[in-house]
Ligand binder design. Structure first.
Ligand code: BGC
Length: 378
């Protein structure tokens, strides 16, 4: 028996307050801060976090907020058009640019790289922003023409560089090619084609690369019938729930999709709380509510709405008294001896994390529709 959100005022209220919080913290120029208070993230916006935040806001009917973020992505990319051209030319000449010359993963709100050192070369966010834009365009019937040149730059960047190892979603393991990263790239390239704003040559390039990336995901990207953390790994990573679920690169109801969901449940999930991967030591390796929501989306797409709702409910329990939702909770740690070193370095872990709020919104809307964000829902 499932209980709709409208009969769950606590969930509906948290969805609304989450959307309000994100809107209130969005920079005037469109960037979404990852976390306003956490020392290591403050002042920066990630393409990865931001794209998922925009998707959550778009799904909640906050179209204008999502579009301001897409505009920010477009301005950020267009200001680097020469850099992207140089990266593409180097790749075509068989002399790929060094990692340090690739685009950063996070930017200051005015679209600059910032002065702080970071694990910067990550490709996933460049696919994810185009995927989120396409979701938005299809949901709201928006005209994508204004983003055409930024989409073209993204296609150039990704088609020239997708085979390269880079840092993963968790900004780790730079020596590997990560299956979630490939999934985000494939989703972005497919979306770029679907948006219908590319010239014929680029469109063909994007379609061919998307097919190639998907083929790698389905062959070298699997182990024991499920998607793997990186090419050659036998483990799962909870980020794979995104490419199985909400991004639909591997259909959730396919054998590969179901096996991936089942392995994330078996290896990484306790109650409704999901660890990033076995061996995670960041702040002791706690449970991430945004991953509970991504796993819930995958279950929902595979048809298991009851499990999806349990995961949503679990994520709701991580909200503080003021409604703030964290990056992770310490209820079950993979390695409790590794908390203090991070607290000493950066202070307590991020809370609020806007990405968590957004994934909570996204799953709630998936399960119960837009009603959940209306003022009158009760
Ligand atoms: C996570 C990233 C995230 C960043 C900002 C890092 O700790 O590993 O996935 O993009 O925080 O939220």
């Amino acid at each position: 028996m499932t209980v709709p959100l409208t009969a769950r005022p606590d969930i509906a209220a948290l969805v609304r307050s989450s959307a309000d919080l994100i809107e209130s913290l969005q920079d005037a120029g469109g960037a979404y801060p990852a976390s306003p208070t956490f020392s290591a993230y403050s002042g920066y916006s990630w393409f990865r976090d931001g794209a998922f935040i925009a998707d959550g806001m778009s799904s909640a009917g906050r179209a204008e907020s999502a579009e301001r973020f897409f505009d920010w992505c477009a301005r950020t990319l267009e200001s680097r058009g020469d850099e992207i051209a140089a990266i593409v030319a180097a790749a075509r000449a068989g002399e790929p640019a060094p990692d340090a010359a690739m685009l950063p993963t996070r930017f200051t709100f005015d679209g600059l790289a910032g002065d702080d050192e970071w694990w910067d070369f990550q490709l996933d966010g460049y696919g994810t922003w185009v995927w989120a834009l396409d979701e938005h365009v299809r949901r709201h019937g928006t005209d994508a023409a204004g983003w055409a040149s930024a989409i073209a730059l993204t296609v150039d960047y990704l088609t020239s560089s997708w085979r390269r190892p880079c840092f993963d979603w968790w900004e780790e393991h730079a020596d590997h090619v990560h299956v979630s990263t490939l999934g985000c790239i494939a989703a972005g390239l497919r979306a770029a084609v679907r948006l219908g704003v590319l010239d014929a040559e680029r469109e063909a390039l994007a379609a061919a690369a998307a097919a190639e990336v998907e083929a790698v995901v389905r062959t070298r990207g699997t182990a024991d019938g499920h998607l793997a953390k990186w090419l050659g790994s036998s483990a799962v990573d909870a980020s794979l729930a995104a490419i199985v679920g909400v991004m639909d690169v591997v259909p959730a109801a396919s054998d590969l999709g179901r096996a991936t969901i089942a392995t994330i449940e078996r290896d990484l999930t306790v109650d409704g709380g999901v660890h990033r991967y076995l061996g995670d030591t960041y702040f002791g390796g706690g449970q991430w509510p945004l991953l509970s929501c991504l796993l819930g989306l995958a279950h929902a797409r595979a048809g298991d709405h009851d499990r999806a709702r349990e995961l949503l409910d679990w994520a709701a329990t991580t909200a503080g008294a003021d409604g703030s939702m964290p990056e992770q909770v310490e209820r079950r740690l993979l390695d409790p001896t590794r908390v203090d070193e991070w607290v000493e370095r950066w202070g307590p872990s991020a809370d609020p994390l806007l990405w968590t709020h957004a994934m909570f919104i996204r799953l709630a809307v998936e399960l119960d529709g837009l009603e959940s964000t209306r003022e009158t829902a009760a």
